[in-house]
Design a protein around this ligand. Sequence first.
Ligand SMILES: O=C[C@H](O)[C@H](O)[C@H](O)COP(=O)(O)O
Length: 171
Amino acid sequence: MKKAVAHAALDELKGFFDQGFTEERPFVFGLGTGSTVAEFWPIFHKYLQTTNQKNVVIIPTSHQSKQLVLSSSCRYPLVEPQQYPTVDCLVDGFDEIELCQGGMLKGGGGAHTLEKLVAQCSKHTIYIGTYEKVGEKLGNREVAIPVEAEHVRFAKAIKAKWDLSLLTWAT
Ligand SMILES: O=C[C@H](O)[C@H](O)[C@H](O)COP(=O)(O)O
């Protein structure tokens, strides 16, 4: 089921590549965290390779997503938000979505801060997840949300660009 979700996300992403990105203006892609994203990444990576996309940079949202990219022998550079403060598209997982109010719960994998910072930088965000995560209201799945300790090296650079109230909320 996660594979089907991953393919659906890829279908959404394909349209971005009509734009013709350049070295100076690459496609800045945010890679989320979690097991659904781990299914998505090899499919997307294969697409990038087979369509011979050249101008793509990747911002991982956690140590786990960085490792995911590194372990796939990816030739696209891993970059940080202070280098590319505007992300073209982020693909990330979620833990729950509620139908009644449209709320969403994330962070079950312990990735909080970077995911939210990158989401805030992103012009487009695609959240991927299987249907059992969708319910009438949040709290049905009893997801344990771990507390995260994260050293955000580039917080100062981002602070200069963003609304301070966001940074207060995100960290
Ligand atoms: O901290 C983790 C992230 O928010 C994940 O995107 C979320 O927990 C979903 O993870 P999974 O795809 O493994 O259910």
